[in-house]
Structures are given as structure tokens and as C-alpha cells.
Design a protein. Structure first.
Length: 75
């Protein structure tokens, strides 16, 4: 992991701190998560934030072996 210094507005820092508490994350984790979601939203402007979050959640569950691939013929 790379460490960088980030300069931000006090209001943004407070918003991220509040987000971190709501999401049970530390400040750095909340900032990484918000940046990841934001970058994905810019790259996929046709998708909603919730759709992006759902895809990330499904990917994490799949990587942990909690789900398997869906057989389209089973639908």
C-alpha cells in the first residue's frame, strides 16, 4: 500500500469522518472506499451508486466463496 498526504477542506474531512463512523470504518478506509466508488461512478456514468456498490458486494462475496456463478439456464 502506498502512503500519500492529502490536503482537503475541513468540511470534506468532517463528512468523511461521519461517513467512516456510519460505515464502521476508520478514516483511511472510508476515504479509500469513497474514492473507489467515486472513480467507478465516473467510469460508469450510466450506473447508479447503488448498482456499483451491489456489484462490489457481490464480487467480495464471490471471492470469499459465499456464492457461486449463476447458471443462466436456471433462471
Amino acid at each position: 500500500m502506498v502512503r500519500k498526504t492529502v490536503v482537503m477542506d475541513d468540511n470534506l474531512a468532517r463528512d468523511i469522518d461521519l461517513f467512516a463512523r456510519k460505515e464502521a470504518r476508520d478514516f483511511s478506509g472510508a476515504l479509500r472506499y469513497a474514492a473507489r466508488i467515486g472513480l467507478l461512478a465516473v467510469e460508469n456514468s450510466e450506473m447508479t451508486i447503488q448498482e456499483i456498490k451491489d456489484i462490489l458486494d457481490a464480487k467480495a462475496e464471490y471471492e470469499e466463496g459465499r456464492t457461486s456463478e449463476l447458471d443462466p439456464r436456471a433462471i
